[in-house]
Design a protein around this ligand. Structure first.
Ligand code: SF4
Length: 549
């Protein structure tokens, strides 16, 4: 009871404080809205008759006392003045009174002292409002939009220039997705759309945001629903973990004068088929514990099968110390952390304001810094003859959950399994699908080497893929690498332009119908409500339902 009283008293004190603040800070207009406890009446001469019973403990009472005080200060008697009110003395409790208020007289002049409010408007009846046009939220919004789109004549304001250099964080594995459809990036980063499919059934909406997961499967079967297996992400993570802890490292220096730090030389024999490492890898994923015993057995057997393919493939043999086609490995790093920043500078780039209203300052963008931070699956240092080199290798597990591995297109025309060149369309396509991610990794190592004196720099080999499904180690062709670097720089330039002036860039168009395969992997295309689609395809829920018929 006591607590309740104290709480009530505190709430009232807070309300009084807020009211006082409103009264004393008002700049142009102060609007009071409320209704008296006791009914008012309006007589034939439009005078409001109002019974009050003021004890000085609510906001209406406070207002009344305020008016009395101002009336006293002005020296003129007013409708709320009370006999016995004396200027400079504490006002007596108002108590029960009948006030006779003339709204028209108050409108013509408040009668308060000179520096106080000069006009009080009392809206006591609907007729006080000449025009009453109800407006909906939508029509209000349309009016605002209309006003914003109208040209505004610029006043001669002195604008302050604020120099800015925004920073943009980006993931390496998000580069190829952005490159395949810039609109998708624009919808997410400029329009603020959640990168998730829009499902009507809430429970089916739950899923990992693609930026929260590292695409372990290589994307091709990222969304594929398979029974009897863990998800593509979990399966991919298990095998990545095994490679991280089980891959052999010859740790044998074969080049003179080309330093590598000790981090490259953690000597280890091949542990890819060791039970301890395999158990560690499969248990690293919580999804493992949700699988049935049969599913666990199938998954484990497949991990062993992939580990065998890798051990017998060209990379497995190279890291085990073997020489293949004149190449030897000196050392390696798994899960190699990297940081890469790419700065794009601008001359006189002014950020387009959101509205046409005059702004006191304008943003002058001097540069945009794009930051990448992450881990490359594998970096290897080797020699060919006497030429030392570095190479980044990304592990992909696409197709590794097929019931029969050899059914996958990656096995087509695999005439030279030890060759570093792509052997079939599936391998070429996989390199193509990840060209920007792989290229970025290579640029990280190239920049590191460029810090060294020229005679100590290692050659940077084009990046490569380690394809778990076949155990193949496939290097990106030189031409693809060169083109990908140019493409990457173009994409980073566009992203920097967008970050510098988001409102000044035009909206990227929807992809043409021929690119529907790209859209099929896009969250804005999937789900119960299609939020985007190739040009010409219907959007919205009906589009989804009709496509299901
Ligand atoms: S649906 Fe297609 S066009 Fe639209 S954002 Fe996604 S990939 Fe781009």
């Amino acid at each position: 009871m006591l607590a309740e009283q104290m709480n009530k008293a505190q709430n009232q004190a807070e309300l009084r404080r807020q009211f006082y603040v409103a009264l004393t800070r008002v700049r142009d207009r102060l609007i009071f809205v409320g209704s008296p406890n006791i009914a008012c009446s309006l007589n034939e001469s439009s005078m409001i008759s109002m019974k009050v019973n003021s004890k000085g403990n609510n906001m209406g009472d406070l207002m009344l006392d305020g008016f009395r005080y101002m009336g006293l200060n002005s020296g003129s008697e007013q409708c709320w003045s009370l006999e016995g009110d004396v200027l400079g003395e504490r006002l007596a409790e108002y108590g029960e009174q009948v006030l006779e208020i003339d709204p028209f007289a108050l409108y013509q002049g408040s009668g308060f002292m000179e520096d106080a409010v000069q006009e009080l408007r009392l809206y006591h009846h609907p007729d006080c409002f000449a025009i009453q046009t109800p407006t909906s939220v939508l029509s209000n919004w349309l009016t605002i939009e209309q006003r914003l789109s109208e040209p505004v004549e610029a006043d001669e304001l002195e604008q302050r220039k604020v120099r800015q250099s925004p920073t943009l964080r980006m993931t390496a594995h998000g580069l190829d997705t952005t490159n395949s459809c810039r609109r998708r990036y624009w919808l997410t980063h400029i329009k603020g759309w959640q990168s998730e499919a829009f499902n009507i059934n809430w429970s089916s909406n739950y899923g990992l945001n693609e930026d929260e997961t590292k695409d372990r499967s290589s994307g091709e079967d990222f969304e594929k629903v398979t029974t009897g297996w863990p998800s593509a992400t979990s399966f991919g993570s298990m095998f990545h973990r095994l490679v991280e802890i089980g891959l052999a490292n010859p740790a044998e220096k074969k080049s003179e004068g080309f330093d590598l730090g000790p981090i490259w030389f953690n000597r280890q024999k091949n542990l890819l088929l060791s039970s301890k490492e395999i158990n560690d890898a499969i248990h690293s994923q919580t999804e493992w514990h949700l699988l049935s015993p049969e599913e666990q057995q199938q998954t484990r057997m497949r991990i062993v099968e992939l580990a065998t393919l890798l051990s017998e493939g060209s990379l497995g043999r190279l890291v085990d110390g073997e020489e293949i086609n004149g190449h030897q490995i000196e050392g390696l790093r798994t899960e190699a952390s990297f940081f890469f920043d790419h700065e794009v500078t601008f001359e006189g780039c002014i950020r387009t304001p959101v509205t046409q209203l005059n702004q006191l300052h304008i943003s002058l963008i001097e540069s945009v810094n794009i930051l990448f931070e992450g881990q490359a699956d594998l970096a290897i240092a080797g020699v060919e003859g006497k030429v030392p080199w570095l190479q980044v290798v990304d592990l992909k597990t696409s197709g590794a959950r097929e019931n029969v591995l050899e059914d996958h297109p990656l096995y087509e025309t695999l005439s030279e399994p030890l060759s570093l060149n792509p052997q079939n369309d599936a391998e070429r396509q996989m390199l193509q699908n990840h060209r920007l991610q792989l290229t970025l990794y290579s640029l990280v190592f190239r920049r590191q080497e460029e810090q060294k004196p020229i005679h100590q720099r290692r050659e940077i080999r084009p990046p490569a893929l380690l394809i778990a499904t076949t155990g193949r180690y496939v290097q990106m062709p030189e031409k693809m690498f060169e083109d990908a670097e140019k493409e990457l720089m173009g994409l980073l330039g566009w992203m920097a332009d967008l970050a510098a002036d988001p409102n000044g860039m035009s909206e990227p168009k929807r992809l043409p119908m021929e690119s529907i395969d790209v859209c099929k992997k896009c969250p804005f295309f999937k789900g119960d409500v299609r939020m985007c689609a190739p040009e010409g395809m219907e959007l919205g829920i009906t589009a989804y339902l009709s496509s299901q018929e």
